[in-house]
Design a protein around this ligand. Structure first.
Ligand SMILES: Cc1cc2nc3c(=O)[nH]c(=O)nc-3n(C[C@H](O)[C@H](O)[C@H](O)COP(=O)(O)O)c2cc1C
Length: 181
């Protein structure tokens, strides 16, 4: 309740399965009185991290690159909860999401010890199959490394084309997860 939530949506489909999960989650989270901001990363101009270790240059826009991450940084800074939303691509998060996430390193660079701001997190995913083990291990390790808290995840398998998720129980699960925040 009364939390600020940022959704980083790494699907290229604005009406696809991942986006239907984020819409359900969002609905629940807003009913609970939270504020939600969603970014559709695929339609944004976000470059890969250059690995220059020159980030943290200023609090508001910490990266040396000047692109659409500058729309994300201020919202990310204020967010209590970060939602990672993605289709399963080669048993991992999509490149769009991984690319944006790498760029959050510039925020950690604001701290001399590169410590990340403390956040809670949620994982929402869709896939044709149901082999989520690898990405779930990655997500859980990421939480450990960043010292973030996992609030839960919804993994919708058996969905291929953008509308396949209609009527699937995971939409209700995503709604309830949003409601619980
Ligand atoms: C490049 C690519 C890689 C994919 N890799 C996997 C995979 O490893 N496992 C799987 O079950 N589905 C895989 N899929 C299928 C998508 O995860 C699935 O179609 C998903 O529902 C798409 O979600 P969206 O509608 O949000 O884009 C892949 C699809 C693409 C385009």
């Amino acid at each position: 309740m009364n939390k600020k939530i940022i959704i980083l949506n790494g699907s290229p489909h604005k009406q696809g399965n991942t986006s239907k999960l984020t819409a359900s989650f969002r609905k629940g989270a807003e009913v609970s009185g939270n504020t939600v901001t969603e970014f559709h990363l695929d339609s944004m101009n976000i470059n890969g991290c250059k690995g220059c270790f020159c980030g943290g240059k200023d609090f508001e826009f910490p990266c040396v690159q000047n692109d659409d991450m500058n729309k994300i940084y201020p919202i990310y800074r204020e967010a209590d909860v970060v939602v990672l939303a993605s289709p399963l691509y080669y048993w991992n998060l999509s490149g769009q999401l991984r690319t944006a996430f790498d760029r959050l390193f510039a925020v950690a660079e604001c701290n001399p010890d590169y410590s990340n701001p403390k956040k809670d997190a949620v994982l929402l995913m869709a896939a044709e199959g149901d082999e989520f083990d690898d990405v779930l291990l990655y997500y859980k390790n990421l939480m450990k490394h960043l010292d973030w808290t996992d609030l839960g995840y919804v993994l919708a398998g058996g969905v291929m084309m953008p509308n396949d998720i209609e009527g699937h129980k995971e939409l209700e699960e995503a709604y309830k997860l949003g409601l619980s925040i």
